[in-house]
Each structure stands twice: as structure tokens, then as C-alpha cells.
Write a protein that binds this ligand. Structure first.
Ligand code: C5P
Length: 238
């Protein structure tokens, strides 16, 4: 009975505007992928890691993780795919026989608190097959469609029943495998929005549960996010 974490790090991160894949961009002197890996390991509930690397960077990422004194669990680095979903599928292929719980976490969320990782794994081990951290939505959200040179608002969903979801998302291993095989095909055929792994589980018609997320697990997309992350780190190291 072991927990595998798949750490997706194969994206280009073009919105950051660096000539480096996002996972290798440094924050406080260390690449984002290393920050994320360290926090997964610090949770003490992750037994091994599979990291998906961008084209040609398996060697560099393997060395980076193998030489880090704070990543003292087995790590395998594999080539990612052309999409995040393909990268997760590639990582899932490397699950070992005893791995009954699988976490999927984005290197783009480097400051995930270990407590959040424990919360997700705990909920899966308590019998919830698919668990996602989520936060209340504080902005009012509009549904729109294109209309000439602008967009027309077609509705305002009740934000009290919306959650902004984060990673790591946690799954019963067999359910996640089924979601990537059958759920992905169904989502495509039925035009369902499956932009995360939980979405593939939803496409199977299986329940997905939310546990409390954490603002510190925010996603790095732009240069401003990196700046915010360095401020958060300074504050927590102070
Ligand atoms: O691009 P975005 O930030 O949404 O990507 C989310 C995560 O998925 C990132 O950690 C990125 O490295 C990963 N990813 C991947 N393989 C891809 C695309 C994205 O592992 N082909």
C-alpha cells in the first residue's frame, strides 16, 4: 500500500516568456520542480515520485532530483507527452504494483504546503476515490460567448457553489487508470471540459470530492506569480 506522486513538469511555460521550460525556472535559487518535489516529500505520505520532463531534459531533471538531499525517496523521470493529460498518462505507466494511491501534482505549483498533500492523501485513504483541493471563488464569474468585437454575457453562475481547484489531486490508482483510458475518450466524444484529472473521473460518472485547498498552492503562470512566490518564500523563511 504505497502512494505515488506524478509531478508534471513537461510544459513549456511559454507565458513566462523565458527561454527555459517553466519547471526549470528558478525561485530563490532552486528550480520550481525541485520546490514542488521537496514539499511532496516533506508531507511524509508520498513513497515515490515520477516526474515528467520536457523533450531532451530527462537527464538534467534526473540529476537535479537525485542530488537533492531533501528528496530522499525513489524518483523516476520520464518523457512527458504533447499535452498535460498525455504526460500524466506516461507517468501512470510507471506506477509500481503496490501503488494504490496516486497523486498528480503540477511543478507549476511549487509552494504547495505539505499539510495540503496530507489532507488529500488522507481523504483518498478514507475511501474517497478522487479528491481535489479547492478554494471558494471570490470574484464574480461570468459566462460569455463571442459577439462581434466583444463578448456577450450569457449568465452569472452562483459563486457560492463554485470552487477553484488546485493540485495535488489524489486518486485510487485503478480509478485514475480507468479515467485516463475510458474517461478521456468519453470526454472527447461528449465535448466535456476535462482540463484536469478529476474531469476525466467525472466523465466516467464517478464522484469527485473537494477538500480545503490552500492559497499557498497557487499556480505560477506569469512573471508576477513568480515575484509573488518569492515574497511568500521570504515571509515563510523569515
Ligand atoms: O501550462 P500549465 O501551467 O497549465 O501546465 C500545468 C502543468 O502541467 C505544469 O507543471 C506543466 O509542466 C505540466 N505539463 C506537462 N506536459 C505537458 C504540458 C504541461 O507535464 N505537455
Amino acid at each position: 500500500m504505497t502512494t505515488l506522486a506524478i509531478l508534471t513538469a513537461a510544459g513549456s511555460g511559454s507565458r513566462l516568456g523565458r527561454d527555459l521550460p517553466k519547471a526549470l525556472v528558478e525561485l530563490d535559487g532552486f528550480p520550481l520542480v525541485l520546490h514542488a518535489a521537496r514539499r511532496l516529500v516533506a508531507s511524509d505520505v508520498v513513497d515515490s515520485l515520477v516526474v515528467t520532463a520536457p523533450d531532451g531534459l530527462v537527464g538534467i531533471m534526473t540529476e537535479l532530483l537525485a542530488n537533492d538531499p531533501r528528496v530522499q525517496i525513489p524518483v523516476e523521470v520520464t518523457d512527458g507527452g504533447p499535452t498535460r493529460q498525455a504526460s500524466v498518462s506516461a507517468g501512470l505507466e510507471l506506477a509500481r504494483p503496490g501503488d494504490d494511491v496516486v497523486l498528480v501534482h503540477d511543478a507549476a505549483r511549487p509552494l504547495v504546503p505539505p499539510d495540503l498533500v496530507r489532507r488529500v492523501v488522507g481523504a483518498v485513504r478514507n475511501g474517497h476515490g478522487a479528491v481535489v483541493p479547492g478554494l471558494p471563488v471570490t470574484d464574480t464569474v461570468k459566462q460569455v460567448r463571442p459577439d462581434g468585437d466583444a463578448e456577450l454575457v450569457t449568465g452569472t453562475p452562483d459563486r457560492s457553489i463554485l470552487r477553484a481547484v488546485q493540485t495535488p489531486q489524489g486518486f485510487d490508482r485503478d480509478l485514475l487508470v480507468r479515467a485516463h483510458r475510458t474517461g478521456a475518450a468519453r470526454a472527447l466524444a461528449e465535448h466535456l471540459a476535462a482540463t484536469d484529472d478529476a474531469g476525466l473521473v467525472e466523465a466516467l460518472g464517478e464522484p469527485v470530492y473537494i477538500v480545503a485547498g490552500d492559497a499557498a498552492a497557487f499556480k505560477i503562470t506569469t512573471e508576477r506569480d513568480l515575484w509573488l512566490a518569492s515574497l511568500v518564500l521570504q515571509e515563510t523563511n523569515a
